[in-house]
Design a protein around this ligand. Structure first.
Ligand code: ATP
Ligand code: MG
Length: 592
């Protein structure tokens, strides 16, 4: 199957970036910016680039967003319709007296109104902040408060369950606009019916002439290593969204694109809304949660060209086996990419078996606003590597001292790794447009993310001789044992090759001799029972595969804690092991 696909069909379409080295030599952010439409007087607005610029040309009647709901329900908005809806929403904000720069939050599932609110708020010049709808009341309150929310868009159900009680404690939250059944909304005090306001609003608006550096989006990080931070992004981020969508995801006008992330995480906004729309793409939005068969059916029935997903979903698909994928016609796919967590070489190659295409890993963070390091369609793939920096991005490996601090040379510059293969912290040279401009309310923390002229990502990596970056671990998760630096992911991947295991999380446990020893927490597949024999077998299995970095201790657990974006919360395993407070668990997934 893979051979025939490689020979013809969509795979025959040339890549947007046929030659990486050449693209790097020619690229400049000024040139990337010049490909946007812009607004008079040097103004720039994300929503204008994503919607209005397409709403009158040949893309006007192309579907911009296609929503897949329960029981086969499908809703569509063309670019022209999306313009009308977002204009109305911007007018609603104006009528309510919302000022430029004020924060408009959304707490809703992946419904059309969420997308309209996002783009409409940007048109008005407000700052948009999407919240993940599965959050409980406490994390919602925390974020609304930190972000100084002025307006909240939600549904009657979510508002009643999660916000109504907090409302008296949020005096700054002036307007709550609900979407849903009018009768239900009427019964709730202190809220307004969004649909009614939309109908009353004019259908054309004047897009705010935002400056490129005006604030546009507020995104909270995943809270994997501590309390979530609110990263602020500006309108010129759209320069990077468009460029990276084109280069790293190979998107082009007319494509059908499915980004599986929720807009509550930065991926679901940067690549679930902004990047594809700036490129005139049709975005598929699935309103429901993960379900393997449903997902395969979506790719098949929607004829998805480009699919952007996460390792956690791929792992779940892998568990079911490639045979399940073969029951569907997935031949429309041209490119598959993954982000959020390390993607094992095995998962990259499994893509070939299941889809006839490898999965292309890429790396970025909430703070970087867009993809920074990637495996590109037309560059030789190194399974297990995150790829190479985007054209326009300068990435390096900074040396760290034994305590994980940064090594500064006498002239205040960072000491960078010189030799290929040396491990250190991934650092990026600031200056790309989607770079965050602050953590809300944490000026000092923001400042301390920079040193010697570099942005410090907090992730440990190594770079090989050919410039490919390899993920080692998060700075806080990396285990220092008897002089070795051990990335927990490597140990977890090796353990997961054992047929009895469903999940594994690995931490460093303090040890007087080695500094730390590797300890694994494993969850068994259904039907398997913990036993001393199985523990010994797992220890032996890991030793055989990993040698000196194998876990010394293995505990059986019912489930390994993940956060809602799918990442293993190793800090929680560590806190539990050491009997320390659990810290912020607002993004912990409830059941897994
Ligand atoms: P917090 O900053 O609150 O602890 P977080 O870092 O998980 O949470 P995000 O910004 O959503 O929040 O995630 C970015 C991080 O995810 C990266 O810094 C990196 O650790 C991890 N990550 C993203 N993509 C990859 C990848 N391709 N390979 C390995 N790790 C990745
Ligand atoms: Mg982070």
């Amino acid at each position: 199957m893979s051979a025939s696909r490689a020979a013809g069909g969509r795979a025959a379409i040339p890549a947007n970036m046929p030659d990486y080295e050449r693209a790097c030599a020619r690229f400049s952010w000024e040139r990337a910016r010049a490909r946007l439409a812009g607004l008079p007087g040097g103004a720039l607005n994300i929503a204008h680039e994503a919607v209005d610029r397409h709403a009158e040309g040949p893309l006007a009647n192309v579907v911009a967003l296609r929503f897949l709901g329960r029981h086969g329900a499908v809703g569509e908005l063309t670019y022209a319709q999306l313009r009308a809806e977002t204009d109305r929403f911007a007018n609603v904000l104006r009528a309510l007296g919302v000022q430029r720069g004020e924060r408009v939050f959304a707490l809703a599932g992946r419904i059309p109104e969420l997308y309209v609110a996002a783009l409409g708020a940007l048109k008005h010049g407000a700052v948009f902040c999407p919240l993940f709808s599965a959050f409980g009341p406490e994390p919602i309150e925390q974020r609304l408060r930190i972000g100084d929310a002025r307006v909240l868009i939600s549904t009657p159900q979510l508002y009643r369950r999660k916000v109504a009680e907090l409302r008296p404690r949020l005096p700054g939250l002036r307007h709550v606009l609900l979407v849903g059944e009018a009768a239900q909304i009427d019964e709730i005090d202190g809220v307004e019916d969004c649909r009614e306001l939309m109908v009353a609003a004019g259908e054309r608006c004047q897009i705010a002439a935002t400056a490129p550096v005006d604030l546009a989006l507020l995104h909270f990080t995943s809270g994997t290593t501590g309390a979530p931070k609110g990263a602020l992004h500006v309108h010129e981020a759209v320069v990077a969204h468009r460029a990276t969508g084109e280069i790293a995801l190979d998107l082009r006008p007319g494509d059908v694109f499915w980004c599986t992330a929720d807009p509550g995480w930065v991926t679901g906004t940067s690549y679930g809304i902004v990047a594809p729309l700036t490129l005139g793409v049709t975005c598929v939005v699935d309103e429901l949660d993960f379900d393997a068969e449903r997902w395969y059916r979506i790719i098949q029935d929607q004829r998805v060209d480009v699919w952007y997903t996460a390792p956690t979903a791929l792992r779940m698909l892998m568990r079911l086996g490639a045979e399940v994928a073969h029951e569907y016609d997935l031949g429309s796919l041209r490119f598959i990419a993954s982000v959020g967590e390390p993607l094992s070489a095995e998962a990259v190659l499994w893509g070939r078996e299941a889809f006839g295409l490898p999965v292309h890993d890429n790396w970025w963070q909430t703070e970087t606003g867009g993809i920074m390091i990637a495996n590109y369609r037309a560059m030789p793939l190194r399974p297990g590597s995150m790829g190479r920096p985007l054209p326009g991005i300068q990435a390096a490996v900074a040396r760290r001292d034994r305590e994980g601090g940064h090594l500064l040379a006498a002239d205040g510059k960072l000491q960078l790794a010189q030799a290929a293969g040396e491990q250190g912290e991934l650092v990026l040279r600031p200056g790309w447009p989607s770079m965050f401009r602050g953590y809300v309310g944490q000026e000092q923390r923001y400042r301390s993310s920079f040193a010697g002229g570099w942005y410090l990502t907090g992730d440990l990596v190594r770079r090989d001789r050919d410039g490919y970056f390899w993920f080692v671990g998060r700075g806080d998760d990396v285990i220092k044992s008897a002089g070795h630096l051990i990335g927990p992911f490597e140990v977890e991947s090796a353990l997961l090759a054992h047929p009895a295991l469903a999940d594994a999380g690995v931490i460093g446990k303090p040890d007087p001799l080695a500094g730390e020893v590797v300890k694994a927490f494993v969850a068994l597949k259904p039907g398997m029972r913990p036993s001393e024999e199985l523990r010994d077998e797992l220890l032996g299995f890991a030793r055989m595969r990993l040698g000196a970095v194998a876990p010394r201790e293995i505990d059986f657990v019912d489930s390994v804690p993940h956060n809602r974006s799918g990442k293993i919360m190793r800090r929680l395993l560590r806190a539990r092991e050491l009997g320390l407070p659990e810290g912020d668990i607002s993004t912990l997934e409830a059941i897994r």
